[in-house]
Design a protein around this ligand. Structure first.
Ligand code: FAD
Length: 316
């Protein structure tokens, strides 16, 4: 049995669904690890029901004695480190999201400990995790020898499985020095109301074949019916059809949805690096020899300007 902490991320005041896969991994293979949910900005009491359903035993609502936790990733990282020490955690896990990447790197640097980032599976009891290398061409199992295992998990890489428990809410005030050099002064919201790419269970990605920014509305319409997010290949982004925030791939976002529809995307290795762990991949391409088909579970040889409207109609 290992006492494991999971940093819980919230968005729009709600607990992100992708946390639940991390909580599942935190319970360990035998499912008997003691799981501590670490909350930086959430209401521990309000989170009780949702987190209890995934085996959380303690919800630690972290605050700091002086300073504003919300405005400083440095203070946040220090506060998580303080909580890990206070509750004698053997591992702290989180999402390989923008926030997770930022905070876990800071924690690893502060503690001078290794960090295994962007894992696709984790065995906390063995201090080991699997992560992809060389743009997803190989996978390595990494074992750390450290008093505290730090790792971030690729969103949606681990299936969330419920395991009901009775979570207890605890308040913890960390004593951290307020010498933060970085301060968040403003947060600008992106595309309001749209499904977050890294969170989405279904993604439709438009490649160069989409031909214009306006044509992305064809994908948006279909995505809205599927509860999906819309992504873009780098060629589509470079051509100015979509913002970089929508780019999937080696130099864009890493995603792992249940269903990934590559619409007019050739299937370059750098694109594949960002969506390889999708559960089911569907390639839609006019070229029967396009590399995407070698990596797809299902292939549709066809024109996206015919296939997507037909799919939208069928969904309606
Ligand atoms: P193309 O390769 O031009 O493919 C378009 C496809 O659409 C073709 O297969 C064509 O047959 C098909 N098509 C054309 N018309 C239609 C139609 N009407 N209906 C259906 N199919 C049609 N790429 C990324 O995506 N993400 C990254 O993060 C990324 N990072 C990179 C990092 C580096 C260092 C480098 C060197 C490259 C990176 N790339 C990345 C670029 C990558 O190598 C490819 O150039 C890019 O993915 C190609 O995008 P695409 O598939 O949309 O375009």
């Amino acid at each position: 049995m290992t006492r494991t902490g999971v940093l819980i991320e919230t968005g729009e005041g709600k607990i992100k669904e992708t946390n639940f896969g991390v909580l599942t991994a935190a319970r360990g293979k035998a499912g008997d690890n003691e799981v501590y949910a670490l909350l930086l900005d959430g209401d521990a009491e309000a989170a009780k029901a949702e987190l209890s359903a995934f085996g959380v035993q303690k919800i630690i609502a972290i605050s700091i004695a002086s300073g504003d936790l919300a405005t400083s990733p440095e203070l946040q990282a220090d506060a998580i480190v303080a909580a890990a020490k206070e509750y004698e955690l053997k591992a702290v896990m989180g999402l390989a999201s923008t926030t997770g990447r930022d905070l876990f790197a800071r924690m690893a640097a502060t503690l001078d400990l290794p960090l295994i980032s962007d894992c696709i599976s984790v065995d906390v009891n063995e201090n080991s995790a699997v992560k992809s290398h060389f743009s997803g061409k190989t996978f390595a199992t990494i074992k750390v020898e450290a008093e505290l295992m730090l790792c971030t998990v690729r969103p949606n890489a681990i299936e969330a499985v419920k395991a009901p428990a009775e979570a207890e809410a605890i308040s913890f005030s960390a004593t951290v020095s307020d010498g933060a050099k970085v301060k968040i002064i403003e947060r600008k919201k992106g595309d309001g109301g749209k499904v977050d790419l890294t969170e989405a269970p279904v993604i439709l990605t438009g490649g160069r074949a989409i031909k214009s920014a306006e044509n992305f509305s064809m994908l948006e319409e279909c995505a809205a019916l599927l509860g999906a997010a819309v992504g873009a290949s780098r060629a589509a982004v470079d051509a100015g059809y979509a913002p970089h925030s929508m780019q999937v791939g080696q130099t864009g976002k890493t995603v792992g949805p249940k269903l990934y529809l590559a619409c007019g995307v050739s299937g370059a290795v750098q694109h594949f690096a960002g969506m390889k762990t999708s559960k089911v991949i569907v390639g839609i391409n006019t070229d029967k020899d396009a590399p995407i088909f070698a990596k797809s579970d299902y292939g549709i040889i066809g024109d996206i300007f015919e296939v997507i409207p037909a799919l939208t109609e069928a969904l309606k």
